[in-house]
Design a protein around this ligand. Sequence first.
Ligand code: MN
Ligand code: MN
Length: 453
Amino acid sequence: MNKNVYENYDEKKLKKAFDFCEGYKQFISSAKTERESIIETIKIATNAGYKNLDDIIKSGKKLKAGDKIYSVNMDKAIILAIIGKSPIENGLNIVGSHIDSPRLDLKATPLYEDNKMCMLDTHYYGGIKKYQWTATPLAIHGIICKKDGTKIRLNYGENENDPVFGISDLLPHLDKEKRTEIVTGEELNLLVGTIPDKDKKTDAVKENIVKILKSHNIDEEDLFSAEIEIVPAGKARDFGIDKSMVFGYGQDDKVCAYTSLMAMLNLKNPEKTCVCLLVDKEEIGSVGATGMESMFFENTIADLISIITDYSDLKLRHALKNSKMLSSDVTAAFDPNRPTPFNKNTDAFLARGIAFCKYTGSRGKSGASDANPEFIANLRKILDENNINYQATEMGKVEAGGGGTIAYIMAKYDMDVIDAGVPVLSMHAPWEITAKVDIFETYLTYDVFYRFM
Ligand code: MN
Ligand code: MN
């Protein structure tokens, strides 16, 4: 525990970790939004024989041990499950992570002109340092829903031949106020055009953009019924001269989503029913119909019970109470450039493996879901027996700040939960950094958790 992973790796294992991360880089390069993550996840799951739960319910069939299902909520959250040999009332082994990431969302009436420049107004989503989002290439992803029921999917700025977008920033020469870290939310406006429509007297540049949108069947008012996310443009890449790290957008928390999904695909005939849960809205408090606070999880487990055995409310409650969960979310890695908020004795480091956080919260553990030591002891046994590299962590010094995950929401069912995930440098920045060995160890951890917990 708490050792540098490379001490325990030979060439062969290191190659395995590097190979594993090739798939990971591909996944996060094409799954930048929650909807895109769901599309990619369904693709991977159906190829591996997972069936849509709705279809099974309609068919009236019953499920048996080893059967694999998935259930989707509003295209933004998903549950994958493999039915275990043991009765479902004995509990589930759950790994849950989130697929939303910090970004800029377009406002409902975003388009305007300012001094012959056409702009798109945004409202940032999640905790960001706003200055990091200026002067960097951005792409437009999302969906526009038309009144006739059609949906237009946007993915603009990723292809080499696409233009990119961005938010301008002042040159240092004129930035007397030295506002290097003080960009405001209202200043995050995307510049998208400068050519005027010569037939128009007012807002001619904006009108020209409106004309271009129209040629793609998009009316300006359609932007009201849309979900458009501005994310960093470009693919995830290797990081470092030794290529030991991954540089990519949205690793919080798609690194845990991908590793838990891969661990699920690896599973055959588990003892317990195993669940991979990918949810939306964690970055803004897990609220809303697609966040962890919604009834989706509970309803899906109820459905699951009804097609495995005879449903009863008591069976559902027992299944949830007897479950064990890894709330799989990233944590802060020690930063050599900005060491002040870290305690080197208790915080997570790159390349020390998956990080277990007994409690999150802040200032006197406020808001924490504090994991039970009995559960942690069980975990240690499984991890040590399977040669997993892991570390214990807090998130920064006691009074440095803090954070939360979905752990406390699942703990409400009276189940054992602990936070466990990959340490990240530059978390919530447009491009985040992780170590490949930590990603691989996280995958291995979820695998042994599913099989042996
Ligand atoms: Mn997270
Ligand atoms: Mn986060």
